[in-house]
Structures are given as structure tokens and as C-alpha cells.
Design a protein around this ligand. Structure first.
Ligand SMILES: *[C@@H]1O[C@H](CO)[C@@H](O)[C@H](O)[C@H]1NC(C)=O
Ligand SMILES: *[C@@H]1O[C@H](CO)[C@@H](O)[C@H](O)[C@H]1NC(C)=O
Ligand SMILES: *[C@@H]1O[C@H](CO)[C@@H](O)[C@H](O)[C@H]1NC(C)=O
Ligand SMILES: *[C@@H]1O[C@H](CO)[C@@H](O)[C@H](O)[C@H]1NC(C)=O
Ligand SMILES: *[C@@H]1O[C@H](CO)[C@@H](O)[C@H](O)[C@H]1NC(C)=O
Ligand SMILES: *[C@@H]1O[C@H](CO)[C@@H](O)[C@H](O)[C@H]1NC(C)=O
Ligand SMILES: *[C@@H]1O[C@H](CO)[C@@H](O)[C@H](O)[C@H]1NC(C)=O
Length: 566
């Protein structure tokens, strides 16, 4: 009976492997204790007589691990790699400590019940996350457009082998055989069987990759994604654009310092340049500027700068230095004789259109003075100012007109009280002429000597007909002129008699009284008119006023006398 049952037992055993298809697979983590379940509740606990754990050794062989008979202790019959690593847990589960890759095989729980024998095979898979990812062999810098090995990412000791994905700003990079190339390899540790995946990324950077974050990551079958710490790169590129600037406020003028600045892109930007100044070339290191001090008009022209290691990349700029030269002839102090001509010449040499303005004795003139025939009033300080842009130049000369004096006018005025006469002698000349009279007057008044003009007055009380002369002299010569002065009453009567002698003689006796009365009226009128015009003659401008007044008075007297005749 025992034998039979044993026979049956083995029969069953050998027949059982056919049931291994469609096995459950349970996953354990490398190095940890793995619990492999048995019989998950198909047979009641109290019905179980024997529970046995074994494993598939390969080649159809089985290795024993644990056996437990009802009401007895577990018998550990594990050998080789399982010695000391197995134990039985609750529900007859197999506890396998320090899981390793070689544990990836089939473990079978065989249960013998009073009327049944069953086997529960389970496949075991052992997973291991790779160690932390790190990017190594990092490139120093990335040059735009040039395929460069960016770095190496290693996912060490994993099972199954990790797949490494490269990311730029958290977006996966896909090899495209142009700008992105990824080489991966897997090494299996002969002892542990764990795989180490190595992935190298070759990458051709673009301009916007400055500050881009590169990472590598793995998404393992079990567990969370692993991501390396991000790395960034300096993105370098050769200069492509170059510009030359002139740094100055406003237009350049002679004497300025001209600073030229050569600006090129590129990363790192170039630090040394060649400046081409007309015919010569100057190399400037560690600076992008070149300054020419105190430029002259000859500095006008085209300037260039270029890169030292790429001379074909060059920029140019036109520099214009403005200038303004003037030459005024005459200059300094000049003395000319009255009546002569003075030719002015103002030569302007300027880089642009200029404006000229003139002043005489600090008073603005409308236009450039022209001296065809110099007069004394032309004397003075002449200054011209020429401006162009912000440049300004001044030149001046001092003109003195000299010559022998000339009497312009010799006139007489009746005094306000009718008791005296004022004689006025106006003369021009330079230096200041001395004025003298042929008689001794009183109250001599001499005007200031302005513009070569002088006016001299004396007061006389003519007691008889007089011929008075005025004489003016300076070192260049003299002039003299005479005027007839008569007594007031005599003058009037004399005039009347002169003109109307025949007619008046007849009525003289009759009208003499009337005449005197009329004269008094006329005199009053004259005094009135004189008062209203008082002072005007003092300006010396209306010198003729007096004689006109006299004439008027005379006409009035005449009119009255004619009326009296009627
Ligand atoms: C790795 O990638 C390959 C192909 O993309 C895939 O077949 C494999 O399952 C991946 N392995 C892991 C662990 O993700
Ligand atoms: C030009 O540069 C020199 C020295 O570099 C300096 O002395 C001078 O003041 C500068 N001139 C102007 C107009 O800036
Ligand atoms: C500037 O150059 C001019 C001639 O070109 C010279 O006369 C002048 O003295 C120079 N000025 C300075 C400050 O060097
Ligand atoms: C002044 O100019 C006139 C005409 O332009 C010329 O005939 C004369 O010789 C010049 N005089 C002087 C002093 O240059
Ligand atoms: C003018 O007065 C001076 C003395 O004051 C006298 O000598 C001279 O003769 C007088 N001349 C005339 C023209 O009256
Ligand atoms: C003044 O001159 C006039 C002529 O011009 C003459 O008739 C008169 O008699 C003269 N008087 C005296 C005081 O000489
Ligand atoms: C002054 O009167 C005289 C005659 O008395 C005459 O010959 C002379 O021309 C007169 N002179 C002037 C300036 O009127």
C-alpha cells in the first residue's frame, strides 16, 4: 500500500511538469527577501499533509528546498546556493533572502492533501534599479553646428539592462544622425549578472542651447524614473557679424579724439582686432576700441576693423573730420585816409557750409561792410564770426579813418531873447580838429568828438554888420568858412528895403507905427514858435532851422506890411 502510494506519488510528480504552462511570475528586488506564495487558498490548511518547496535546476532536474509534514517542523534540505537562504513563512510561502539574478527560475510548491496532490510552480524575476545616474566626460563647451561628444551617462548594475534616454530641457533627444547621435552599450557583470548601460551623446549645439539643461534618465520596468542632475554648457560660436562704430557726440571736428569701436558677435567674443587706419594697420589686444587723438582734416576717410584670425570678416566706417579756417584781411589796427577805399577779404576754408555775421563796435551789422569811400564814421572795431556746425571762428580789425578837417556847415541862430545870436560851426576830420573863430564870442560850447564830427558854438551880440569866420585845423590841414552876421533890427529893415524899396518908401511914414506893432506881433509869434521847437537846434541836426525861421518871420512881416498898404 505504501509502495503503491509512493508509486502514484512519483507518477503524479513526473506527470506534473506538463502543467507548467501559464505560470504566475512574481518579481523580487535584488538583494532583498522575496516571498514566493504557495497554493493561495486552494486547499484547506488542515487538509494538507505535506508541503514541499523545490526549484527547477534545469535539464529536468529539481532541487529540494524545504519539506514540512503535518504537525512537524520544517525540514531544510537546501544545498548549494540556497543553503541558509530559505525559510517557510505564513501560508507555507517560501521566503528567499538576498535575492539574486540566478534566482530567476521556477520555484514549485507541492502540496499533498489527504486525497490530492498539487503543484504550484511560480516564475521568479529579479529586478534591480541602476545606481544613480551621473553624466561624466562632460564637454567643456559646445560649438554651434559642430557634432561634439556632450557626455557619457552610465546606469550601473541594473536588471534588466537600463535604457538611457537623453533629455534637453526635459524633452527626449532622438538620434537623427545629423545633430544628435547616441551610442549605447551594455556590459554584464560576470559575477552578479547585473547590466551596466553606458550611453554617449554626440550633439551639435544650436544658438538657443545656451542655458539649456541636459539630463539623462532611465525609466525602469519597476519603480520610478531615475534622472541625472542637469548639466549646462557654454555654447561657443565663431563671430559672424562685425560692426565698426565711431564713438563721438555730434560731428567730429579737428582736435577731437576719435574712438572707434569694433563689435563682433561670437562666443566667446573676440578680444583682439586689427584696425586699418588709412594705409596702416594696428593690432589691438584685449580691447575693442582704438582712439586717435587730436584728429586733423587729413584723418577724414574710411576706417576698417577685422578679426585677427579671420581677416575676411571686416567692417568699415567713414570718418569725417570737420574743419573751419578763416582768413580776414585786413587785420589788426589799420589807419586809412578819408575818401579812400578799403578792400575787405574774408577767406573761408571749411568742410561744409558756413555762416558769416559781422559786428561793428559790438553792434550787429546787416551785411558785410563795404568801404568804397571811407568816412570818419567808418572808424571802429569790426569783427566777423564764421560758424559751421558747432565750430566757430572770429576775426577782427580796428579801422581808423583820418584826414584834414572840413567844415560841413556854418550857421547862425537868433537867440531866444532876440538880443544875441548863436553861431554854429560843424566840422569833420581826424584827429580831432581845433576850432577857432575870428571874433571873441561868449559861452563857447563844444560837442563831443564822435565819428570824426565836432560841433562848436559861440554866442555873439552883433552891434554891427560882421563877417565871422570859423577855422578848423589838425595835423593834416585846415578849412575855414565865413558867415555874415547883422544886427536884428537892421537886418529886418534892410531886407524889406532891399526887396520893396520903391513901394515902401511912399508909405513908410504912414505905416511906420503899424509896422512896429506888426513886428511886435511877429516877434511874439516867432518867440512862440521858437519855444515850441526849443532845444531842437542843440542836437546840431537841424542847423538850417534858424534861417528858415528868419525867412518865415520876414515873410510874415512883409505880408502884414502889404495888408497895411491896402
Ligand atoms: C529598452 O528599449 C528597448 C527598445 O526601445 C525595449 O525593447 C526595452 O524593453 C527597453 N527596456 C527597458 C528596461 O525599458
Ligand atoms: C584727447 O585725449 C587726450 C589724451 O588721451 C586728452 O588729454 C585730451 O583732453 C582729449 N581731448 C579731447 C577733446 O577729449
Ligand atoms: C593737435 O594737432 C595740431 C596739428 O595737427 C597741433 O598744432 C596741436 O598742438 C595739437 N594739439 C594737441 C593738444 O596735441
Ligand atoms: C580793391 O579792389 C578793387 C576792385 O576789386 C581793385 O581794383 C583794387 O586794386 C583793390 N585795392 C586793393 C588795395 O587791394
Ligand atoms: C579877443 O579878446 C582878446 C582878449 O580877451 C583880445 O586881445 C582880442 O583882441 C580880442 N579879439 C577880437 C577879435 O576882438
Ligand atoms: C549893413 O549892411 C547893409 C548892406 O548890406 C548896409 O545897408 C548897412 O548900412 C550896414 N550897416 C552898418 C551899421 O554898417
Ligand atoms: C557878406 O557881405 C559882403 C558885403 O557886405 C558880401 O560881399 C559877401 O559876399 C557876404 N558874404 C557872405 C558869406 O554872404
Amino acid at each position: 500500500m505504501h509502495l503503491l502510494s509512493s508509486c502514484l506519488f512519483f507518477l503524479l510528480l513526473s506527470a506534473l511538469p506538463g502543467r507548467v504552462s501559464g505560470l504566475d511570475t512574481i518579481t523580487g528586488m535584488y538583494g532583498e527577501t522575496l516571498e514566493i506564495p504557495c497554493n493561495i487558498g486552494a486547499i484547506k490548511e488542515e487538509d494538507v499533509l505535506i508541503t514541499k518547496w523545490k526549484y527547477d535546476k534545469g535539464e529536468g532536474l529539481a532541487g529540494d528546498l524545504l519539506v514540512k509534514q503535518k504537525s512537524q517542523n520544517v525540514v531544510d534540505s537546501a544545498t548549494d546556493e540556497y543553503k541558509g537562504r530559505v525559510s517557510m513563512g505564513a501560508n507555507s510561502n517560501l521566503l528567499l533572502s538576498e535575492a539574486r539574478l540566478s534566482d530567476q527560475r521556477t520555484f514549485t510548491c507541492m502540496v499533498v492533501a489527504s486525497q490530492d496532490i498539487r503543484e504550484y510552480p511560480v516564475n521568479v524575476a529579479i529586478y534591480k534599479m541602476p545606481a544613480a545616474l551621473e553624466i561624466s566626460e562632460k564637454a567643456e563647451e559646445l560649438e554651434i553646428g559642430k557634432l561634439t561628444k556632450l557626455g557619457k551617462c552610465v546606469a550601473a548594475d541594473a536588471n534588466p539592462a537600463a535604457n538611457i534616454t537623453w533629455l534637453k530641457n526635459n524633452k527626449p533627444l532622438v538620434a537623427d544622425e545629423k545633430g544628435i547621435s547616441i551610442q549605447a552599450s551594455v556590459m554584464v557583470d560576470p559575477v552578479t549578472g547585473l547590466s551596466t548601460t553606458t550611453s554617449s551623446l554626440e550633439y551639435a549645439a544650436e544658438k538657443e542651447d545656451t542655458d539649456a539643461q541636459f539630463t539623462c534618465s532611465t525609466q525602469h520596468t519597476e519603480g520610478a524614473a531615475l534622472v541625472s542632475s542637469p548639466v549646462t554648457f557654454t555654447i561657443t560660436y565663431s563671430p559672424e557679424n562685425i560692426v565698426l562704430q565711431v564713438i563721438s557726440q555730434g560731428p567730429l571736428v579737428e582736435g577731437d579724439n576719435v574712438t572707434m569701436k569694433c563689435i563682433a558677435d561670437g562666443n566667446p567674443p573676440p578680444t583682439s582686432f586689427n584696425f586699418h587706419l588709412m594705409e596702416t594697420m594696428v593690432r589691438v589686444d584685449d580691447s575693442d576700441t582704438y582712439t586717435i587723438t587730436n584728429v586733423s582734416r587729413d584723418a577724414t576717410g574710411e576706417y576698417k576693423c577685422s578679426l585677427i584670425d579671420n581677416p575676411s570678416l571686416e567692417a568699415s566706417v567713414d570718418v569725417k573730420v570737420n574743419y573751419l579756417d578763416i582768413n580776414l584781411s585786413p587785420s589788426g589796427s589799420i589807419v586809412k585816409s578819408a575818401g579812400s577805399a578799403l578792400n575787405l577779404s574774408l577767406q573761408i576754408d571749411a568742410s561744409g557750409k558756413s555762416k558769416v555775421s559781422w559786428t561793428k563796435d559790438n553792434v550787429k551789422l546787416d551785411k558785410e561792410p563795404i568801404f568804397r569811400k571811407l568816412t570818419y564814421s567808418d572808424s571802429g572795431r569790426y569783427e566777423c564770426q564764421v560758424t559751421m556746425e558747432q565750430l566757430s571762428r572770429k576775426a577782427s580789425f580796428e579801422l581808423l579813418v583820418e584826414g584834414a578837417p572840413v567844415i560841413r556847415q556854418l550857421s547862425k541862430q537868433r537867440g531866444e531873447d532876440g538880443q544875441h545870436k548863436v553861431l554854429i560851426c560843424e566840422a569833420e576830420g581826424f584827429p580831432k580838429p581845433a576850432v577857432s573863430w575870428s571874433i571873441n564870442g561868449t559861452s563857447p560850447v563844444e560837442s563831443p568828438f564822435i565819428n570824426g564830427k565836432i560841433t562848436h558854438k559861440i554866442t555873439v551880440v552883433p552891434s554891427a554888420n560882421l563877417t565871422v569866420s570859423c577855422t578848423v585845423t589838425n595835423k593834416f590841414g585846415m578849412d575855414t568858412r565865413a558867415i555874415n552876421v547883422s544886427s536884428l533890427f537892421v537886418e529886418v529893415r534892410m531886407d524889406k528895403q532891399d526887396k520893396y524899396s520903391d513901394q515902401t518908401k511912399l508909405v513908410v511914414g504912414i505905416v511906420v507905427g503899424l509896422l512896429i506893432a506888426t513886428m511886435i506881433v511877429g516877434l511874439a509869434y516867432w518867440v512862440y514858435m521858437k519855444k515850441s521847437k526849443q532845444g531842437s537846434w542843440k542836437t546840431g541836426e537841424k542847423e538850417n532851422g534858424s534861417s528858415e525861421e528868419e525867412k518865415k518871420l520876414e515873410e510874415k512881416v512883409e505880408e502884414n506890411s502889404q495888408k497895411a498898404e491896402v
